[in-house]
Design a binder for this molecule. Structure first.
Ligand SMILES: CC(=O)N[C@H]1[C@@H](OP(=O)(O)OP(=O)(O)OC[C@H]2O[C@@H](n3ccc(=O)[nH]c3=O)[C@H](O)[C@@H]2O)O[C@H](CO)[C@@H](O)[C@@H]1O
Ligand SMILES: C=C(OP(=O)(O)O)C(=O)O
Length: 437
């Protein structure tokens, strides 16, 4: 596989003001594909995954699992075959690990298969402090010794089930703990665990491999460890954050689009949030239709009070859709408080929206007041992270004139061929350099 250049710089040139129309299907969920690819190391038998998003983070993780001995083959654009007959707990490229948050997800599966792994610190979006403490807490209670000295060394002669109370419902820590627990001796209870659609998808993948897990979709999972784990074929679920991004994009550009196979069972909090901004979607079976001509009037709280949109652990509104909600609110009539509780740098990108003409007051690192609607002007922008990058792309598409988005490789960490797919709906985005055929 061709290695993604670490410093490859990508630019999007975006002509704003065009309406979109047509149908689009969301890609597979990045945050499900990553733990599932890592969990494929739990078995020495063949794993076949479909609907795998072909994005930079997936490519990086694929390189990492190859470096520990897994054989990986792309069977089609989004179909991946993984066979991890023999694994060696070494040879991990620190730069590659530092590029993605998901490199830490190798801990659970490698402990289960090899009893040890040394991992350089993970990376991922630079959106504030990214704790690893919950990973350590859970893995230690499952029988792992951990030492930290620039790198994290994990060793477990024997993983044992335990009653674990996570200090926070961390998504990736829950996923690491799940992978360790399915191979541990005895029963594990994970309390205060995360339950996002991607955590559920991983749990279902593990069950299809032979694991016994109860409580999927809740904040307490019980895992009966030590079941044999074998060959599996699994389809990654749709990306609810991408669906949220498409809803915001359709609304601010006044477009009507249909999102096919949108995974509507996971959209309640997202749809409720967009409704607060005066955007209503229609559900038809598993399709989501965003009609044009939305009211886009921010719904006040009872008594005319200023409403609040806040992210919270699942099943509430997902943190990764917050940047999209902010850019969408700039085009809605009224005032809303946006409250991001988690990452203290994620909201800084609103500076760029302000420079484009949005009326936003950043109250502190976690809260911003948006007063809309405001006409956005084209600008030269720099994408700091995946979701802020997508928010800027949305802003550029509803702004007058031509915007430039630098550092668009950040957007491509999480969104597959996004310019191609949006251009098919009528957008005018030029990627520099162009994609290889
Ligand atoms: C590879 C991957 O899967 N990355 C996702 C994962 O990162 P990652 O697993 O690194 O994030 P963690 O879940 O560990 O950390 C976030 C912490 O903040 C809490 N929390 C979360 C949302 C919220 O609105 N308020 C709040 O306090 C969470 O419950 C958790 O305790 O989960 C994050 C939170 O969903 C997402 O942003 C990342 O895209
Ligand atoms: C924060 C994100 O990803 P990661 O955890 O992989 O950096 C994201 O997907 O918005």
């Amino acid at each position: 596989m061709a290695r993604a250049l670490p410093h490859e710089r990508i630019q999007y040139v975006v002509e704003g003001g065009f309406k979109l129309s047509g149908e689009i299907e969301p890609s597979g969920n990045k945050n499900a594909a990553l733990p599932i690819i890592a969990a494929s190391l739990l078995t020495d038998q063949r794993v076949e995954l479909s609907n795998v998003p072909r994005i930079r983070d997936v490519e990086a993780l694929v390189e990492l699992i190859q470096s520990v001995g897994a054989k990986v083959r792309w069977l089609g654009r989004n179909e991946l075959e993984i066979e991890a007959r023999e694994l060696r707990p070494a040879n991990l490229d620190p730069d590659l690990c530092a590029r993605i948050r998901a490199s830490i997800l190798l801990a659970g599966p490698m402990l289960a298969r090899c009893g040890e792994i040394t991992l350089p610190p993970p990376g991922g979006d630079v959106i504030g402090r990214r704790r690893v403490d919950t990973h350590f807490l859970a893995l230690e209670q499952l029988g792992t010794e951990i030492s930290v000295n620039h790198v994290y060394s994990f060793r477990a002669e024997r993983l044992r089930g335990a009653d674990v109370f996570l200090d926070e419902p961390s998504v990736t820590a829950t996923e690491n703990a799940l992978c360790a627990a399915v191979s541990a001796e005895g029963t594990t209870i994970l309390r205060n665990c995360a339950s996002e659609p991607h955590v559920q998808d991983l749990a279902r993948f593990l069950i299809a491999m032979g694991a016994r897990i109860e409580g999927i979709g809740t904040n307490m999972m019980t895992i009966h460890g030590g079941q044999p784990l074998g060959a599996v074929t699994h389809r990654i679920g749709p990306d609810h954050n991408e669906v949220g991004s498409l809803i915001g994009l359709a609304a601010v550009t006044g477009s009507e689009i249909t999102i096919r196979k949108a995974g509507v069972e996971h959209l309640r909090s997202t749809l409720m949030t967009f409704e607060r901004l005066g955007i209503r979607c229609r559900i038809e079976r598993d399709d989501l239709i965003i009609p044009s001509g939305q009211e886009m009037k921010i719904q006040s709280d009872f008594g005319g009070h200023i409403p609040k949109i806040e992210d919270q652990p699942w099943p509430a509104f997902p943190a990764d859709t917050m940047s999209i909600a902010i850019v969408t609110a700039t085009q809605c009539d009224g005032v809303v408080l946006m409250f991001e509780k988690m990452f203290e740098s994620r909201m800084f990108f609103v500076d760029k929206l302000i420079a484009m003409g949005a009326r936003i007051v950043l109250c502190d690192p976690h809260r911003a007041i948006v007063a809309g609607p405001s006409k956005l002007r084209a600008a030269q922008l720099e994408s700091p992270d995946i979701r802020a990058g997508m928010a800027m792309l949305i802003a550029a598409m509803c702004a007058e004139g031509t915007s430039i988005i630098n550092n668009a490789q950040q957007i491509e960490r999480g969104y597959e061929r996004i310019e191609e797919r949006l251009n098919a709906l009528g957008a005018r985005i030029t990627r520099i350099p162009p994609r290889e055929a």
